[in-house]
Ligand binder design. Sequence first.
Ligand code: EPS
Length: 407
Amino acid sequence: MVRFLTAGESHGRALVVILEGIPAGLPIDIDSITRDLKRRQGGYGRGRRMAIESDRADIISGVRAGQTIGGPIAMLIENRDWVNWQRTMHTGPEPAPNATGANRAPVTRPRPGHADLAGIAKYARDDVRDILERASARETAARVAAGAIARQLLAAAGIRITSHVFSIGSVHLPEGTTVSFAQAEALPDDSPLRCVDEETTRQMIEVIDAAKAAGDTMGGGVEVIATGVPIGLGSYVQWDRKLDGRLAHALMSIPAIKAVGVGIGPEAAARPGSRVHDEIVLDTSGGVMPFARPTNNAGGLEGGVTNGEDVRVSAWMKPIATLMKPLRSVDLTTLTESGAAIERSDVCAVPAAAVVGEAMVALTLADALVEKFGGDSLSELRRSIDAWNAEVGERLRTAKKARPDEA
Ligand code: EPS
């Protein structure tokens, strides 16, 4: 089982992640972890915090001489901003004598849309900071570090993952556009919005600029695509083994994600079956299976099982909850109506959500891969993937010949 836990507050000392279940013998490329962390920090519409941070994951266990050794992989990502927060975010009862940064007043006006109000009620805290620090999307840096390792495991099995942004607010890619894996993968790391269309990108930038000028924020939609995924991951036999459900959970758990789609998603409910289901045709071009699917409306998942096509999942993000022109709230100390608290924040973090989405899909697929093919070491895992590919291809190619003999 590939699983992970994160810890850390947005303005605490560091984020921590423990990733478990990665087989031994996987070479770890630190630079590609750093690259994913950097991609998460980018995108048009990010706030000043991203200028302070330059995220790097320090591997502190589970890897030796550049290879995984089978034990839990622990990583630490330091918050550079910590120097400005030591007198507010100290873990001891008092700040250390040499603590730096301001001693900030408690946050008392919960922001609509954030975890603030529900959090203070649930955890019996008075200072909203006790809630927002952990509810912050800063935590997703830890997920991206873990996801970067999951991605390296998947790459060893021939699976690659990419993403793109298809909408910001009401601006979206032209109706009917399908973005191929190759198109999304070709987006440069410094692409402003991870959108494949230039004109749409221009309009998205305009919408973000207008929101910023109005003290407002913007959400949008992202799609994550995985290619090279073997047929047969996940299962239909029990509700919690369905891979579409597991991917939906993984994506929905990203802060601010309000809806998830698989393949054409909600559009499938608006079309007749004849325009939804992907036909099966014979293909003798030498792939693992003698079949092809001319369309992929299902997003590579049928019955909660991968069908060998690209896995395509979408997530819709709401606008960030911190508004520079705040919505109405109530001050918890005076019980009077007042504008919600203003924390430094982003105007739009949809491109970052795409990168976090890649990480969550990578972690979920890595779990499904290890579940199906097992193995404590990479060579063991690879052997069983190769054996499966040979066996499934052979069986499906010969089945039709075998039938007359049986009669
Ligand atoms: C984020 C770090 C945060 C925010 C943002 C994402 O840093 P700070 O609060 O210091 O500016 O920029 O978080 C939120 C929008 C949120 O609602 O929590 C990050 O590392 O991605």
